[in-house]
Design a protein around this ligand. Structure first.
Ligand SMILES: [Zn+2]
Length: 108
């Protein structure tokens, strides 16, 4: 015989419904955030963060960097600054080495 559901059963089903609703809201928020991230990337890809003009890739000390011909800004991707610094340090060591071995450092 089927009787009236107890208050505990009703409470259980209400909690289940609330949990489903909460999960659906979180999933919708995550989906919206991903769509917004994609939209922003398409909108800003290879655009200058300062003036909004298109960026051009140019070689700078052996590294391809993004340059804006509108405002003159140069922008580095992850790891590019380290490559330029490394190239600079190598250049400095070469210049220092040629200076030391040229005899210019010897006193008269
Ligand atoms: Zn710019």
């Amino acid at each position: 015989m089927i009787g009236k559901p107890s208050e505990k059963e009703e409470e259980y089903f209400k909690r289940q419904e609330l949990a489903k609703l909460r999960k659906a809201r979180v999933e919708a928020a995550v989906r919206l955030a991903e769509e917004e991230k994609k939209r922003l990337k398409e909108l800003h890809w290879m655009r200058c963060p300062k003036c909004g003009l298109e960026l051009q890739e140019v070689e700078y000390r052996g590294v391809m960097v993004d340059t804006c011909f509108g405002c003159g800004g140069t922008f580095f991707d992850r790891g590019e600054v380290e490559k330029v610094i490394e190239a600079d340090e190598r250049g400095l060591l070469v210049r220092l080495g040629s200076f030391l071995f040229s005899g210019e450092a010897k006193p008269d």
